[in-house]
Design a protein around this ligand. Structure first.
Ligand code: SF4
Length: 368
């Protein structure tokens, strides 16, 4: 079945945050125009092979709001030229509070954007400044309410486990998020990533992760947000369809520097450097840095880990149909080695309990 999801990576940020390992940089003069020109060529190459209408499209980064509203009109026109969109398609845009303007919101509303995902990260100014974020808590508040006033489904990303972050300050950010009218809340635990200013933070310098996460699992459902995935909570009917496609091991097209895609059982990752990405496209080649067609057993294990991220877990019937009975048995056996309180297994399939989600990394390492 042809891919019905598209991810676009916008590789620009106003400044690098201290914890961030995503491929993005501060744009130099002319780089945004170069990006749009190269992306246009990549989209037309990829669209030729994929004609099914898109059910979901996700424009992330980086910081997509580093493109001006007029550049956004160009991007929207490129997407309309190359792809058909299914009726009711979900289209998400990531935004940063300080660079998202009302004009951006107008362009998105006129086009077909349905969701706006805002990088709030915290409602505490000291934490935002420690992370090297370019916005303050008030800007985040204003961005959320402005996006809501345009009628979008709004998500906020929040980070826990920050150096010096207290349980109280985490609780306050979470409470504010839950009372802001958001449709969706995504939570990330800080991990010191290689190549970032925070790469050498030791465990003793990081904030606790277990208690804040456990608190969120208890608190957010009380406020009407269901945990449907390890890091994601949504009001019923407002789950991210784009991300659900990833977790259900669905195929998707990725475009833009460093974007990843998964087509016909082949995973690929584009070249990260904008200059080399553009050069490669100019030569008429797809700008891929690496690609791999997964062997059946590896594909089954990856599919199992992705499915277990969701509270619905692995559906036995679908998994056996797609990955085979032997692989289902192997994955179930790997999960069943863990204490009972971490998972549930029945005729429908196998899934992690809330407690299991808190120690999921340990379970993944046994499956992969
Ligand atoms: S704004 Fe987002 S993508 Fe950009 S540096 Fe910060 S965390 Fe990374």
């Amino acid at each position: 079945m042809p891919a019905r999801s598209l991810y676009i990576h916008v590789p620009f940020c106003e400044r690098k945050c201290n914890y961030c390992a995503f491929v993005s940089s501060v744009p130099e003069s002319g780089e945004r125009a170069l990006y749009l020109e190269a992306l246009s060529a990549e989209l037309s190459m990829r669209a030729k092979k994929h004609t099914a209408p898109l059910e979901t499209c996700y424009i992330g980064g980086g910081t997509p709001t580093m493109l001006t509203p007029s550049q956004w009109r160009t991007l929207a026109a490129l997407l309309e030229k190359n792809f058909a969109f299914a009726a009711g398609a979900e289209v998400t845009v990531e935004a940063n509070p300080n660079s998202m303007t009302s004009e951006h919101l107008e362009v998105w509303k006129e086009w077909r954007v349905t969701r706006v995902s805002i990088g709030v990260q915290s409602f505490n100014d000291a934490e935002l400044s420690l992370m090297g974020r370019v916005h303050c808590a008030d800007e985040a508040r204003r961005a959320v309410s402005r996006a809501l006033s345009f009628g979008f489904d709004v998500n906020a990303d929040l980070i826990f486990g920050l150096p010096g972050q207290t349980f109280r300050s985490w609780g306050l950010s979470l409470r504010e998020a839950a009372h802001s009218g958001l449709a969706h809340i995504s939570l990330y635990q800080l991990t010191p990533e290689e190549g970032t200013p925070w790469e050498s933070l030791g465990p003793e310098e990081l904030g606790d992760g277990y208690a804040p996460y456990r608190w969120a699992q208890w608190y957010l459902p009380k406020k009407g947000y269901t945990q449907y995935e390890i890091a994601n909570f949504a009001r019923p009917g407002h789950e991210s369809r784009h991300n659900i496609n990833y977790w259900q091991n669905g195929e998707y097209i990725g475009a833009g520097p460093a974007a990843a895609g998964y087509i016909s059982g082949r995973r690929y990752k584009n070249i990260g450097s904008l200059a080399r990405y553009a050069e490669c496209i100019k030569s008429g080649a797809l700008p891929e840095a690496e690609s791999e067609t997964l062997a059946p057993e590896k594909r089954a294990r990856e599919a199992a880990v992705l499915a277990l991220r969701m509270s619905s877990g692995i559906c036995a019937e679908n998994f056996i149909k797609e990955q085979g009975l032997d692989n289902y048995r192997a994955v179930s056996a790997a999960v069943e080695k863990f204490p009972h309180e971490l998972y549930e297994k029945d005729a429908c399939g196998v899934r992690l309990t809330k407690k299991g989600m808190r120690v999921a990394n340990m379970i993944w390492s046994d499956i992969i």
